[in-house]
Design a protein around this ligand. Structure first.
Ligand code: COA
Length: 250
């Protein structure tokens, strides 16, 4: 554990030697493991699988999945799926005795939806902490707000600040002194150089590079593999090398 009050993290590779990875991977049976605290995930797609892979290493077991899509099936073997806010309320009513931890598994360009679900979970008394994969690097002086997810091998460097419900996806890096808004998604392998500002709900596509000191607006989409060399205004889609604004974001 580092100095982050809200960031759930466990020791890194070296101190993981001897860790029981069989248990960490789960047995897929859905049987409760008494040593783990119950967690729920909102979002029944691939991102839920990504979270489920490492939550046991943070001391959590996923016990239920929720999704607004009435046709959604569970992405995690042995874990039941429930539908909508009504499904959440029914489930929570039968688990009143336990403090429930929740995570929002909504990726892609849906930072707004992620924020809405975060608020919904909180309104029902569900705790939504930030989580970091055991292989992620998070600087001790980085400030990571609740609901953030720092995924495998990602790096969040010194004096970075990240707002609520943002995702730093697999292998992405956010260098020193960046200020990242709420509901942002930095997709796999994207590189954000030092002192960059990123507005709320922006999506930085896989493998994109943002040069130092730039400002990316709110609700911006940066295409995969782009190289961003200039500031980008609010609410646009930009891509290419160098990235050009192509249209308004939907
Ligand atoms: C930028 C993006 C949002 C544009 O999506 P779109 O508006 O549906 O664009 P289209 O697929 O219709 O493509 C339109 C044109 O832009 C080009 N284009 C699309 N994305 C591009 C990109 N990232 N870089 C360069 N050119 C791109 C297409 O080749 C196409 O060119 P053409 O008109 O000459 O055929 C999307 O392509 C993208 O890069 N998304 C990011 C995906 C990602 O990183 N996912 C990670 C999930 S964790």
């Amino acid at each position: 554990m580092t100095g982050h009050p809200h960031l759930i993290q466990i020791p890194r590779y070296d101190s993981l030697t001897g860790h029981d990875r069989t248990k960490a991977a789960g047995n897929g049976s859905g049987d409760a493991d008494d040593s783990l605290q119950p967690a729920i995930i909102w979002g029944a797609r691939g991102h839920a699988k990504v979270l489920n892979e490492f939550l046991p290493q943070l001391g959590y077991q996923v016990v239920a999945v929720f999704d607004n899509d009435p046709q959604a099936t569970s992405p995690i073997a042995g874990v039941p799926v429930f539908h909508g806010a009504a499904g959440l309320d029914v489930w929570l009513n039968s688990h009143r005795e336990t403090q429930i931890t929740g995570l929002v598994a909504i990726g892609g360009q849906h930072g707004g939806a992620r924020g809405e679900v975060l608020s919904l979970l909180r309104s029902r008394g569900v705790r939504v902490p930030a989580v970091a994969h055991p292989t992620a690097f998070v600087a001790r002086d980085a400030q990571i707000a609740d609901g953030c997810q720092i995924l495998a091998t990602a790096a969040v460097c010194t004096e970075v600040r990240i707002g609520e419900g943002s995702i730093v996806n697999t292998g992405a890096s956010i260098d020193h002194e960046c200020v990242v808004g709420a509901g942002v998604h930095v997709a796999p392998g994207a590189t954000i150089a030092g002192c960059v500002k990123i507005g709320d709900r922006a999506f930085i596509g896989a493998g994109a590079v943002v040069l130092p000191w730039l400002a990316i607006g709110s609700d911006v989409v940066i295409g995969a593999g782009s190289v961003v060399t200039k500031d980008v205004p609010d609410g646009v889609v930009a891509y290419g090398n160098p990235a050009q604004v192509v249209r308004r974001a939907a």
